[in-house]
Design a protein around this ligand. Structure first.
Ligand code: UT7
Length: 338
């Protein structure tokens, strides 16, 4: 880190999931699947599902309110809101603008960021640059999804995997040497075809045909995404650690994107970080895409798994294809649950 550079850390965190739980047993009644298959292949036992009246901005707003409270920051102190989402309420306006209105964060600029499940990491790194440059002081970063709305509930290859939820952090200046100390972002657009929602944009505008052909749902080549994920998680974390002048041996707590327990275990093995230092809660939430990392981070903090001066590595992958990692030195000022 350059001398005199502003250090950026998490001042507060908040999460929110809808009330309704959908278990694997419930899914058995909907598609040709079994609790046994889902648990063995993915580690998922249940997921939370938003009701018909709830959209992504509703979950995002609730998580944001909790993050603001946790940080002891008021909405009118927020300079910028970034929402990472693959499931916006609508194509435009941005979810971030809807949240800005809900929170009455009058002076905040607002935009959405699309990087699939990696969106939260991309947004954190983007937000940090605004603070480091001195342009903004406090930025709200939210990962929020209602994936249940874009799933084909007759396609067992995808509908068992995902869940709804939101997580938010307030980023701001922290003690020198603390907070975000290393980052790495990457993308491989050639792999975009492996995970997409084909219709509803300018390539295939909504039509009777696009609906009949199920093109408004998630389409995924699970095997290709799995291969990509197991390779890239370790590599991304190592690259961010290198940026911080550290190695995988320095990791005290690894917070991976929660898509599949086997992908998480593979990252643990590749990085030689034992599973007791790895946060996994995919069993409770399924894959909540851009919300998964803040949901896991908050759980780690509440369980007291992150201590003062710990090296915490966040790492994710997703549609794009994209990947990202962020290394943080977790100083007491940031650990507001301790
Ligand atoms: O955030 C990024 C989003 N996506 C991901 O991270 C997904 C990454 N990929 C994965 O997690 C895994 O590839 C899956 C969980 C999607 C699939 O697991 P797998 O071990 O790779 O299974 P598979 O695709 O090789 O399928 C094995 C079998 C197939 O049957 P056949 O062709 O062998 O007869 C599937 O049809 O399992 C079948 N299958 C199911 N069976 C019961 C697929 N989905 C289900 C299901 N229930 N839900």
């Amino acid at each position: 880190m350059a001398m005199n550079e502003i250090s950026v850390g998490i001042l507060g965190i908040g999460t929110y999931v809808p009330d309704k739980v959908l278990t694997n047993k419930d899914l058995e009644k909907m598609v040709d699947t079994s609790d046994e298959w889902i648990v063995e292949r993915t580690g998922i036992k249940q997921r939370y599902i938003a009701d018909a009246d709830t959209a992504t901005s509703d979950l995002a707003t609730k998580a944001a309110q909790r993050a603001l409270e946790n940080a002891g920051v008021t909405a009118d102190e927020i300079d910028l809101i970034i929402v990472a989402t693959a499931t916006p309420d609508m194509l435009f306006p941005a979810v971030a603008c809807l949240v800005q209105d809900n929170l009455k964060a009058a002076k905040a600029a607002a935009f959405d960021l699309a990087a699939g499940c990696t969106g939260f990491m991309y947004s954190m790194v983007t937000a940090a640059q605004f603070i480091k440059s001195g342009l903004y002081r406090k930025v709200l970063v939210i990962g929020a999804e209602t994936l249940s709305k874009i799933l084909n509930w007759q396609d067992r290859n995808t509908c068992v995997l995902f869940g709804d939820g939101a997580g938010a952090v307030v980023l701001g200046e922290t003690k020198p040497g603390c907070g975000i100390i290393g980052v790495h972002l990457g993308a491989d657009g050639a792999g975009g075809k492996f995970l997409s929602l084909p219709a509803g944009g300018s390539r295939i505008p909504a039509s009777v045909e696009s609906v009949t052909e199920n093109l408004h749902f998630v389409h995924m080549n699970g095997t290709e995404v799995f291969k990509f994920a197991t390779k890239v998680m370790g590599e991304a974390a190592v690259a961010a650690l290198e940026d911080a002048g550290l190695t995988a041996n320095d990791i005290d707590c690894l917070i991976p994107h929660q898509a599949n327990i086997r992908i998480i275990q593979s990252a643990s093995k590749r990085l030689k970080v034992p599973m007791d230092k790895v946060i996994a809660n995919v069993d409770k939430y399924g894959n909540t895409s851009s919300a998964s990392i803040p949901l896991a981070l908050e759980e780690a903090l509440q369980a007291g798994k992150i201590k003062n001066n710990d090296i915490v590595v966040l790492v994710g992958f997703g549609a794009g294809l994209t990947w990202a990692s962020c290394v943080m030195k977790w100083c007491k000022e940031e650990n507001t649950f301790a």
